[in-house]
Ligand binder design. Structure first.
Ligand SMILES: [Zn+2]
Ligand SMILES: [Zn+2]
Length: 428
């Protein structure tokens, strides 16, 4: 019960993002708006979102017109509050959205303040105090004197730091890094070269391998790794060894046809309760790569779950661990695992850990990405798409990877077709 109550006020990232986008674009395009930006947890790419925050700047005289415009946008269902500096509305999908208006001079300070997190803001204020600078949503003040900053970069610079990307503003070491000019160049969408771990009509997907591959190509990727379910997952039409053979024949044909694009033969192989894999070794050996995941018997202690994952990783066919905790955001807690032990085992065994980029999962949790990268574990960002439309979820995963401090070279599927083929063959 408590869990339900706690979850009721939050929303999945993609629901909030899809609701926020048209609202934000409309405000930004308004002729009297000077600057506008999304703020809050959406801008920080948190895994779930409480509400939508938009900050915009305008002339004093234009406030009322912009607030009128905002509160009458087509997806607005109710107006909760309407004022000159702040209006709150409830959207038709049940998500609340705030617009804050300020002068253009004050915009960067308010944007920074409303982007947060609270922990980041407190830490930054504390750092400012040491320099004799008061940090607030109204400005940076040395005594009574305002330090003029035209954007957030100048705010950080005034405090002796390099720019901190919004995703990192969680007080998890970003201020120290920024003070030393050691903020990493975070991974970007364009760094991804291929898509791994998706499903087709062979198991529980809605589209054929060809349709999935063509969508990957259309999105600019150079390869696609299909990973239908293994045989014990009968409720998701898991593939028998016979069906695996058929699928591989189809993939060979497609690969002969699709020039400049490659389909890798993968499987999302179940990890059985004892940690063994759901295919015999000769079938496992017929795949280019194996993603190993838990879908059954999920009622485990932390010790059992950790052991089960590590046992699976010890099988030399396994290249990637899929959705390591099995959590469904705002739905079910995952089984408890010892993240550090799993990451350390993955590092030792040369196994990649997935960030499942489905906005229902975002699993591996971003809080553990930095540790995984420090240990040298390659993280793969996988959409786990069950239909063509789900492939672009991979870009939500990039946001989570950025939140986890990941750089391009720490992400497996930034490798080219040639490089990843080699990694699949030779990594262990
Ligand atoms: Zn799965
Ligand atoms: Zn899957």
């Amino acid at each position: 019960m408590q869990q339900i109550r706690q979850f009721a006020s939050r929303h999945l990232y993609h629901h909030a993002e899809q609701a926020a986008r048209p609202l934000f674009e409309a405000v930004k395009k308004h002729a009297k708006v000077i600057r506008a930006e999304l703020a809050g947890s959406l801008r920080r790419h948190k895994e779930t979102i409480k509400d939508i925050d938009i900050v915009a700047s305008c002339k004093e005289a234009d406030r009322a017109a912009i607030m009128d415009f905002f509160t009458k946008l087509p997806t607005v269902q109710n107006i909760i509050a309407k004022g000159d500096t702040k209006s709150s509305v409830l959207l038709e999908n049940g998500i609340a959205a705030d617009l804050r208006l300020t002068t253009d001079k004050d915009f960067p300070y308010l944007l920074h303040h409303l982007t947060g997190s609270a922990e980041h803001n407190i830490a930054l204020r504390g750092h400012g105090q040491k320099l004799g600078i008061k940090v607030s949503e109204w400005g940076l003040f040395k005594g009574e004197k305002l330090i003029r900053c035209k954007d957030e970069t100048e705010i950080f610079a005034a405090l002796g730091m390099s720019y901190v990307p919004p995703e990192l503003r969680e007080d998890t070491g970003e201020l120290d890094a920024a003070l030393k000019d050691k903020i990493p160049r975070l991974i970007e969408n364009e760094d991804l070269k291929g898509v791994l771990h998706c499903h087709s009509t062979y198991s529980d997907g809605a589209n054929s391998i060809r349709e999935m591959a063509e969508e990957c190509r259309r999105l600019g990727f150079e390869y696609f790794g299909i990973c239908d379910h293994s045989m014990s997952v009968y409720y998701a039409k898991g593939l028998s060894p016979e069906r695996v053979k058929q699928q591989h024949k189809e993939i060979d044909k497609l690969n002969a046809e699709l020039k400049g694009f490659h389909i890798f033969k993968g499987t999302e192989c179940d990890i059985l309760p004892d940690g063994k894999l759901d295919y015999p070794d000769n079938v496992l050996a017929s795949f280019d790569f194996v993603v190993a995941s838990i879908h059954s018997s999920m009622n485990m202690t932390e010790e059992q779950a950790t052991k089960r994952l590590i046992k699976a990783m010890e099988h030399p066919a396994v290249k990637i661990i899929g959705h390591p905790t099995g959590r469904l955001l705002l739905g079910r807690e995952g089984y408890p695992i010892n993240h550090r032990k799993v990451i350390e085992a993955a590092a030792e065994l040369g196994v990649s850990i997935e960030i499942n980029a489905s906005p229902h999962r975002f699993d591996l949790d971003w809080r553990y990405c930095k540790y995984a990268a420090e240990k040298g574990v390659q993280i793969s960002i996988n959409p786990d798409a069950h239909e063509v439309a789900g492939i672009a979820d991979i870009f939500y995963g990039v946001g989570i990877a950025r939140k986890g401090w990941l750089r391009k070279n720490e992400v497996l599927n930034t490798k080219s077709t040639k490089e990843i083929a080699k990694w699949f063959r030779e990594t262990r």
